[in-house]
Design a binder for this molecule. Structure first.
Ligand code: 5GP
Ligand code: MN
Length: 338
């Protein structure tokens, strides 16, 4: 559908002076890579573009080019609201429902701007004027690359844009190993390297800048690992006390859930993280093969995502959440057992 309307988008872009670009709340590598990649592209085209993130994001993403000028809605509400009200176009990237941008939702809904959604999550909602949604894509960054291609502007991809887009494709595909990685994904990253993404440096910036306390927190998480061999499920929990003890900082638990999936024979992995200040348990779900964690998260934990990676929440205590999870699990035994 985006292909037939690309000329309309081109015309909207030609009219627009001010543009706002929004990632989802709790921005990850793909959310920040795609918004900043698009930011550089639009700024180079002469637009007055700004990335507004609903809340702050992990320090291991703060080296991304353009990161210094990201506006954080939670702490800069007034400035952000002004930018939103002045925008002629709002791009929303890497999410499928406006509720995924938390406290920003009301200002976005009040905006008269033209909305363009670029996203690879399942079941996109219908708020945008132009929806580019494709759940077969590895990442929103890969879609931004394609979007630039559709605008016939691939030659305009600078080393900054290439660096941002490479980063999000890398993080959302678990370094090009998840099933969502296609031959097309590899062609895209090959081109991004040619256009100036320094792959070794990017891997280093994301994966090899851990603090000692983060690795020790990982040790605690792994000690808490529980395995249900029969249902091929593994889960990890981290209490607020354990997080505090290891001087937890935003992003420190990123990727922990994947350790469950690295166990031989395990196809469903979960992490439960207590967030006392938000009064909830944040849950991440990961799977291999056909077991659909998007459906699981939607059905039981107010969440969603993709077939093999989803998130959700629970408003009861950490222990009660785990008890509840273990009660639900057997309902899926047909899909989970070998
Ligand atoms: P994570 O577990 O890393 O927070 O999220 C995994 C995937 O699920 C990401 O693509 C993320 O955008 C999505 N996701 C996480 N939490 C939610 C949620 O509460 N609702 C929906 N719809 N998607 C979520
Ligand atoms: Mn993504």
């Amino acid at each position: 559908m985006i292909d037939t309307r690309i000329l309309e988008i081109t015309a909207e872009l030609a009219k627009a002076e001010n543009i706002v670009i929004v990632p989802h709340k709790g921005p990850d590598g793909d959310a920040m890579g795609s918004t900043l990649g698009l930011l550089h592209f639009l700024k180079d085209k002469g637009h007055n573009a700004t990335v507004i993130a609903p809340n702050d994001y992990p320090h291991f993403l703060k080296w991304l080019p353009g990161s210094d000028n990201v506006v954080i809605y939670e702490s800069q509400k007034e400035k952000a609201d002004e930018l939103i009200s002045e925008a002629q176009i709002v791009f929303t990237l890497d999410f499928n429902h406006l509720s995924r941008c938390g406290g920003m939702q009301d200002s976005l809904m009040a905006s008269k701007a033209v909305f363009v959604m670029i996203d690879h999550h399942q079941e996109p909602s219908d708020y945008a004027d132009y929806t580019y949604s494709d759940s077969t894509m590895s990442s929103t960054c890969e879609m931004v690359y394609k979007f630039i291609e559709k605008l016939r502007a691939s030659k305009k991809i600078t080393p900054e844009i290439a660096t941002c887009l490479y980063t999000g494709i890398m993080t959302d595909t678990g370094s090009f190993r998840f099933a969502s990685t296609s031959s097309d994904t590899h062609k895209t990253i090959a081109d991004l390297i040619e256009k100036g993404a320094n792959n070794a440096q990017i891997h280093n910036n994301i994966y090899d800048t851990n603090s000692e306390t983060k690795l020790q927190l990982l040790g605690t998480a792994l000690k808490n690992l529980k395995v249900n061999k029969e249902l091929r499920t593994a889960y990890i929990s981290l209490s607020q006390e354990e997080l505090d003890k290891h001087n937890f900082k935003k992003g420190d638990t990123e990727g922990f859930v994947n350790y469950g999936l690295s166990l031989d024979g395990i196809i469903f992995a979960v992490i439960f993280i207590e967030k006392e200040n938000e009064d909830l348990i944040k849950i991440s779900f990961r799977s291999k093969g056909d077991f659909d964690v998007n459906k699981f998260a939607r059905a039981h934990f107010e969440g969603g995502g993709h077939i093999n990676a989803a998130g959700g929440r629970s408003n009861i205590s950490l222990n009660d959440t785990i008890v509840r999870f273990n009660k639900i699990l057997p309902e899926y035994s047909e899909q989970l057992k070998k």
